[in-house]
Design a protein around this ligand. Structure first.
Ligand code: NAD
Ligand code: ZN
Length: 387
């Protein structure tokens, strides 16, 4: 098992990564949160009859009362209506301030259940048990919780301030303002058991890999080479390789969020490739998953970094080939209107008076923010992905 510690203003917490950790979840919670009597297990439907059962058995064996609430993971369900159902469930089960909520599943269930926990009785302890690669290396790390809000036609009304409109992240679901309500609340513990990844679809696994490549680019060359060297082991789901992958990737995000929990600066670097990716998602939401858009976005980012003069020898690192070797897409899967893509990029994050802001690299492990990206830089990125 590998352990990583995250620093948080609300108290430091551990992230444990290993193989076959689920059976010890009960004992660890009993030791970390000794006052807890009840554990509310909020689980992703996809793992209700498999991995969630192991956790429930382990909690019961540790003398805890387990109550389970199942959620169907979809962006539409990542809603305040579902959170209210969780709150009502917690009340009905007489879950107290000293008890625990375990959020178990992918990023959707994790974000939403952790939001419910961080607001129920002004916050009860949360344990994150991510079961997708993306949730292990990204969503479950850093304490951000969220639900989506409906983007009704009223919300686009001209009466809405321009500032709010330009800040509405709409990416993957056209009628949703993604992650518009949420909290930053440190969990009590994060536990990732890579065995749970064996039931994940190959496509979802690859989506997580794209975020791992992003972390590698934010780290150093050794992690990028590691990914290349262990490609086969990863494809074969070798548990040791998976533990190392998650551990390395989590370490990158954990160190960034430990330094900048509330995104005052450095945490924004985790958006590497994401301005391109969110724009691609917003135009192709029914054809592409987030991780796939991130992969294409990273290729665009590398070309844009080179065009900006920040990373003159970016092409030497063959980002596109490395992603392709991992089975990830590196070009637009269908043609889109370039102007529409640029408009979507302008809407993604608050730029200066409609300018496109990009996180780019000055070299491996050397990210920075270009506040006003020129047409030349953006076009170079879009050329590289055939947009
Ligand atoms: N809080 C953060 O900092 C943060 C960061 C990145 C992403 N996110 C959020 O994470 C969400 C995406 O997370 P995701 O990629 O995990 O998607 P997801 O939650 O939709 O999970 C992907 C699919 O896999 C299924 N699944 C989960 N675990 C499984 C398993 N072990 N075996 C088989 N199927 C399984 C789910 O039911 C779902 O169908 C988005 O809502 C995004 O906004 C949050
Ligand atoms: Zn992402």
């Amino acid at each position: 098992m590998q352990a990583i510690s995250v620093q948080s203003a609300q108290g430091n917490y551990d992230i444990d990564v290993g193989d076959a950790l689920l059976q010890s979840v009960g004992a660890v919670i009993a030791q970390k949160i000794p006052k807890a009597r009840v554990v509310a297990l909020v689980v992703d439907q996809a793992i209700e009859h498999t991995w969630a059962r192991e956790v429930a058995a382990s909690l019961q064996a540790a003398g805890l009362r387990v109550v389970t609430h199942v959620v169907h993971a979809s962006e539409e369900n990542k809603s305040i209506a579902q959170v209210e159902k969780i709150w009502r469930f917690l009340i009905a089960q007489r879950v107290q301030r000293s008890d625990v909520l375990c959020a178990m599943g992918g990023g959707i269930v994790g974000d939403m259940a952790a939001f419910a926990a961080s607001t129920y009785m002004r916050g009860i302890a949360t344990v994150m048990i991510p079961t997708t690669l993306l949730a292990m290396v990204d969503a479950a790390i850093g304490g951000k919780t969220a639900v989506n809000l409906p983007l009704s036609s009223d919300a686009l009304d001209a009466s809405l301030s321009k500032d709010l409109q330009t800040n509405l992240p709409t990416h993957s679901s056209p009628n949703l303002a993604k992650n518009m309500a949420g909290t930053i609340c440190a969990p009590a513990w994060v536990v990732s058991d890579v065995r749970t990844l064996t039931t994940l679809s190959a496509r979802e696994f690859r989506c997580g890999l794209a975020e791992c490549v992003k972390h590698a680019l934010l780290a150093d060359e050794s992690m990028l080479s590691w990914l290349e060297t262990h490609r086969e082991g990863l494809r074969a789901m070798d548990p040791q390789r998976l533990v190392e992958l998650v551990h390395r990737s989590v370490s990158v995000k954990a160190s960034i969020v430990s330094r900048d929990e509330h995104e005052q600066g450095e945490r924004a670097h985790l958006n590497l490739g994401h301005t391109f990716a969110h724009a691609i998602e917003s135009l192709m939401h029914d054809q592409i998953h987030h991780g796939e858009a991130v992969s294409i976005g990273l290729v665009a980012m590398a070309a844009a970094s080179q065009a900006a003069g920040w990373w003159p020898n970016a092409d030497k690192f063959q980002i596109s080939k490395r992603l392709d070797d991992l089975g990830l897409p590196v070009r637009m899967p269908a043609s889109v209107d370039r102007e529409q893509l640029k408009n979507a990029m302008k809407l993604d994050k608050k730029g200066q008076s409609g300018a496109i802001r990009l996180v780019l690299l000055k070299g491996l492990g050397r990210p920075g923010v270009l506040d006003v990206a020129s047409e030349h830089v953006i076009n170079a990125g879009l050329d590289a992905i055939g947009a």
